[in-house]
Write a protein that binds this ligand. Structure first.
Ligand code: ATP
Length: 245
């Protein structure tokens, strides 16, 4: 679905991405993990054309991304960020309907599609008429997901989608979202700080450090056959309650 060839991105003296070669297969879920500043969000933003490489190329379905064809590209992609990234002055239906409206959808079509997705994402229908401040964090995230799914995109990009949620809501949403991804068969690329969450969702984990890919593979491969000590350290650097005992 995506191919990155020797992608470099700098921000002044700061290295964002440093020679990324990556293929993302259609229908699979890929999790980008790595320390803070490793380049995860930059990589995700390159896929949707919110960032551009200084050198190298990003291909989508075999074609290099072009700035003059960006709108058509973005319609194929749903993008979800932490807390849903909703506009506070619009109610949920206003938020999810923004893009469809610019494409000429009628209010009735927007409402029908939003209700259908609310059922799929287990958001009570009346929550669609509430403003973001009147929704819980989990509900805001569901609205963000509905917004991303409105145009039935082939790809979903999620940047720390569950980062701000309490553990129980996060646990439930992880289960629901994984089932949803499997059912819809979308290509999903997800950024998370949580190794267990990455393993839960992903067919392939891509571990980044300092703008480079350290290792990529199935979650088990990174655990059982780490390419270097850093991989093992990163994959196992999580406390359990038992550690405190
Ligand atoms: N617009 C920008 N201007 C300047 N520097 C940037 C910009 N975007 C990213 N960077 C820098 O590029 C590097 C990679 O950033 P990025 O946000 O991709 O990392 P990340 O792995 O997503 O980090 P985090 O886990 O903290 O969100 C960091 O050093 C960051 O400070």
């Amino acid at each position: 679905m995506f191919e990155l060839h020797q992608v470099h991105r700098r921000f002044g003296a700061t290295v964002g991405l440093d020679g990324i070669d990556l293929r993302i297969a259609p229908g699979e879920t890929t999790a980008l993990i790595g320390p803070s500043g490793a380049g995860k969000s930059t990589l995700l933003r390159l896929l949707i054309g919110l960032e551009w490489p200084d050198a190298g190329e990003v291909r989508f379905e075999g074609m290099a991304l072009r700035r003059d064809a960006l709108l058509a590209h973005r319609r194929r992609i749903g993008y979800v960020i932490q807390e849903g990234g909703l506009f506070p002055h619009l109610d949920a239906i206003g938020n999810v309907g923004l893009l469809p409206r610019t494409l000429g959808w009628s209010s009735a079509r927007i409402t029908t599609r939003a209700s259908e997705l609310a059922a799929l994402c287990r958001l009570p229908d009346d929550a669609l008429r509430r403003y973001p401040a009147e929704l819980s964090g989990g509900q805001r995230q569901r609205v963000g997901l509905i917004r991303a799914l409105m145009l039935d995109p082939d790809v979903l990009l999620l940047d720390e989608p569950l980062g701000a949620l309490d553990p129980i809501v996060r646990f439930d949403l992880q289960a629901e979202m994984r089932a949803l991804f499997e059912r819809l068969g979308k290509t999903v690329v997800l950024v998370t700080h949580d190794v267990a969450e990455a393993a839960w969702f992903a067919d392939t984990i891509v571990l980044l450090r300092d703008g480079r890919i350290v290792q990529q593979g199935a979650p088990r491969t990174l655990l059982d056959a780490p390419a270097e000590p850093f991989v093992r350290a990163f994959m196992t650097a999580q406390r359990s309650v038992e550690d405190a005992a």
